[in-house]
Design a protein around this ligand. Structure first.
Ligand SMILES: Nc1ncnc2c1ncn2[C@@H]1O[C@H](COP(=O)(O)OP(=O)(O)O)[C@@H](O)[C@H]1O
Ligand SMILES: [Mg+2]
Length: 293
């Protein structure tokens, strides 16, 4: 073999190595989903906990981040919010190592970066920090390779915490209750998403809208649902989460629905939603790879 041929082989091997590395990177980087809607009580926390649990059930490495000072997602993940030594607050304000703040919860099969009412302080204190909207994103860069999915539960407001979630995420999932005022406020959320997209996070997109607490016998529900589909087309997930008392009971046991009543309608709905999310993400990744080729 001449030197130049050997040299070419080395270059080819290097190219191949870089390709594999690149492939691995696209494969391994977590899909980060912010579950957001500035309305309270629309099913954000229920969706975050149960979507993450369903993703974990299909062997996806998943991390849930609680960004709501109410700490409901934390409590719904078998963690006592009153007993936290480290929380998301320490990541946002105190430069704590995110890996030290994440809890592995064997019982539910996924990891949690918890929160409690201390997080209320972050809203004000973040204002005095440079790069305040990038705090979560910078921290997540250290663990993005460790997970397939990172799902963030946002507070019911478009504040600095929600902004941190939107700046970190590559998809926004919007839970919607099909009620009279459902569409009110949606435009300010979409405006905020557009602003974040055109400034710091060009990769951000609306992953989809999910109809929650749905009652097909209620004409208002079906009317609002039809309006959503008219406005947002296939951005509306096919899965509809029904009103299901088991979903409301599960958090009082500190458990996702899958661990509480796996055969309930609520569990099946969130399992189906996770399937849709995985298929959408797979399509996106494939399209990105084709575009990059
Ligand atoms: N599909 C559902 N069926 C019945 N109750 C639900 C359902 N989704 C949520 N809930 C209940 O409705 C309340 C509000 O839901 P939650 O997920 O906390 O909303 P958000 O996080 O948007 O404030 C909670 O008490 C929750 O248990
Ligand atoms: Mg909530």
């Amino acid at each position: 073999m001449s030197y130049s041929r050997a040299h070419k082989c080395v270059i080819l091997a290097q190219d191949f190595y870089l390709m594999i590395k690149d492939f691995k990177r696209t494969k391994l980087m977590a899909k980060i989903i912010a579950v957001a809607n500035q309305k309270g009580g629309v099913g954000k926390t229920t969706t975050t906990v149960n979507l993450t649990a369903s993703l974990a059930l299909v062997q996806k490495r998943a991390l849930l981040i609680d960004l709501d000072p109410q700490g409901n997602a934390t409590m719904g993940c078998y963690i006592d919010k009153h007993e936290l030594e480290l929380s998301v607050l320490d990541v946002l304000l105190a430069d704590a190592d995110i890996k030290d703040c994440i809890q592995k919860v064997e019982k539910i099969g996924f990891d949690v970066l918890p929160a409690n009412s201390d997080l209320t302080a972050a809203e004000v204190e973040l204002m005095n920090i440079e790069g305040r909207e990038l705090r979560l994103r910078n921290a997540l860069a250290q663990v993005a390779d460790d997970y397939d999915y990172i799902v963030i539960d946002c507070p019911p407001s478009l504040n600095m915490l929600t902004l941190n979630a939107l700046v970190s995420a590559n998809g926004v999932l919007i839970p919607m209750q099909c009620e009279y005022y459902a569409l009110e406020g949606l435009s300010s959320l979409i405006e905020t998403i557009d602003q974040v997209k055109s400034s710091v996070n060009p990769n951000l997109k609306i992953e989809g809208l999910v109809r929650t607490m749905y009652d097909p016998r209620n004409k208002l529900s079906t009317d609002v649902s039809a309006q959503l589909i008219e406005h947002f087309g296939d951005k509306v997930f096919n899965t509809v989460v029904p009103r299901n008392v088991r979903l409301a009971e599960a958090p009082s046991h500190g458990l996702p629905i899958i661990n509480y009543d796996r055969s309930s309608k609520g569990a099946l709905a969130y399992f189906s939603l996770a399937g849709e999310v995985v298929r959408r993400v797979r399509r996106e990744t494939k399209a990105k790879r084709t575009a990059a080729a």
